[in-house]
Design a binder for this molecule. Structure first.
Ligand code: PLP
Length: 425
């Protein structure tokens, strides 16, 4: 094994440090494996209940009328998320699109959207119009309010109560920290927040941005009161196999609103050919619980390594996990670049290229991204990215297998060592 790692560019001291840290984590793996086991059974049960058959894997072209595979897949998602309905489509191009679709289809002019959990994910700023943008909700006369977390990380309940008014139609709750350094919300905390909000205004639509959270716990936000959950298929629920797509699962009316917006009034869910993607959607969903577990282990391993080296990591190595993202504050631009070089160098695809910071659409600072993925931009595959601004935090996620995530982390340490950011282990 040592010889193998040596040929893969890992020095003896880096490997020894990695193995020592890993030894201390074995107990954590047990709980993660049990959650994966539970969720694996949940997925199988949902597929059996929806009577997934070989014919469901074939797909349609053209209008896509009577696409049995697409309709069955949506029934499977509705069962997993315990919702009335779901919309799961390759025509939803990414997570941002899925979220924009959910918001734009369920809000009307003069309505107000509230985020009670601080600033939403960067790309949502343009969807909402926090940063002026063509086609934003703001352009349609939909207003927005935000209530930040209190300094101690708790919900600002007074602030939320004051922000809810007769115009408040929808609430957006982001489960994952995204590019913030706050804590990720557990499903239980999301449930408490929704209960509080519904006591003030019962008919408000509570939507959860579920990106990176799927299958991390045994329950999902729709089981604690969320009316709608939204996410990307090139993250957890696609299991690394889905080549594109997004999903919404929730109340029938919310899904219907989204469907007529995605296709057309009068057409709704009835059209939308699945082309050839259904096998990867079904099989990816089937693999998603164990893939998510691998990614979780990778995140914890990363936290434990960098914490031991004196870096601030979010969440802490010891912390309970509610998403697959690990942030490490690297403090210097050069260290952020070195980390990303390591992740890239560990990749099965494009392992020979060097990532550079660049201006990404939807983001307000330059972003450096490392990914050598089979599905372009897939972040359930091993990937790291971070905005080139203080505190130069890298956000590390994914890993379809734990051995790959482990190698990526060791390779990042190696690059940090080579660039002079880590002197001794
Ligand atoms: C990834 C992500 C999004 C946006 O998804 P894209 O597929 O990159 O457009 C939105 N919210 C959160 C929390 C995310 O992690």
């Amino acid at each position: 094994m040592h010889e193998m790692y040596r040929t893969m560019g890992i020095d003896e001291d880096v490997l020894a440090f990695g193995e020592e840290v890993l030894e201390g984590l074995k107990d954590r793996w047990k709980a993660i494996d049990e959650t994966a086991e539970f969720n694996q059974l949940k997925v199988i049960a949902a597929m059996q209940k929806a009577r997934v058959s070989e014919a469901c894997l074939l797909g349609t072209t053209g209008y896509g009328y009577n696409d049995i595979g697409r309709d069955t897949l949506e029934a499977v998602y509705a069962e997993i998320f315990q919702t009335e309905d779901a919309l799961v489509r390759p025509q939803i191009t990414c997570g941002t699109h899925a979220l924009a679709l959910a918001l734009m289809s369920n809000l009307r002019p003069q309505d107000e959207l509230l985020s009670p959990v601080g600033k939403p994910y960067d790309t949502l700023e343009e969807v909402i119009g926090i940063r002026p943008s063509k086609g934003s909700l703001a352009e349609y006369g939909i207003t927005y309010r935000q209530v930040d977390f209190l300094p101690d990380g708790e919900f600002d309940l007074d602030g939320i109560r004051n922000a809810i008014n007769e115009k408040t139609k929808m609430v957006t709750i982001q489960r994952s920290k995204g590019y913030e350094t706050r804590d990720t919300l557990s499903v239980e905390r999301i449930g408490e927040l929704i209960r509080f909000i519904k006591e003030i205004k019962s008919d408000v639509i509570c939507m959860v941005d579920n990106c990176y959270g799927e299958f991390v716990q045994r329950i999902e936000p729709t089981q604690v009161g969320a009316d709608l959950v939204v996410g990307s298929l090139i993250k957890n629920p696609g299991g690394g196999l889905a080549p594109i797509g997004g999903y919404l699962a929730g109340k029938k009316e919310c899904i219907e609103n989204a469907a007529v917006r995605l296709t057309s009034p009068g057409l709704g869910k009835e059209v939308g050919a699945s082309l050839g993607v259904l096998p990867s959607f079904f099989q990816g969903l089937f693999l998603a619980p164990t893939v998510t577990a691998s990614a979780l282990k990778g995140a914890i391993f990363a936290a434990a390594l960098y914490e031991k080296l004196g870096y601030e990591v979010i969440p802490k190595a010891e912390a309970e996990r509610y998403d697959i993202i690990q942030a490490v504050k690297l403090k210097e631009p050069g260290a952020l670049e070195a980390f990303c070089r390591g992740i890239q160098a560990a990749a099965p695809v494009d392992g020979f290229v060097t990532p550079e910071p660049w201006d990404m659409p939807g983001y307000d600072a330059k972003v450096i991204m490392a990914a050598g993925a089979f599905v372009s931009g897939s972040s359930i595959e091993l990937s790291a990215d971070g905005p080139m601004k203080e505190p130069y935090a890298v956000y590390f996620q994914g890993g379809l297998t734990f051995p790959h995530a482990k190698y990526g982390m060791l390779r990042s340490l190696q690059e940090m060592k080579n660039a002079g950011y880590i002197m001794t282990f």
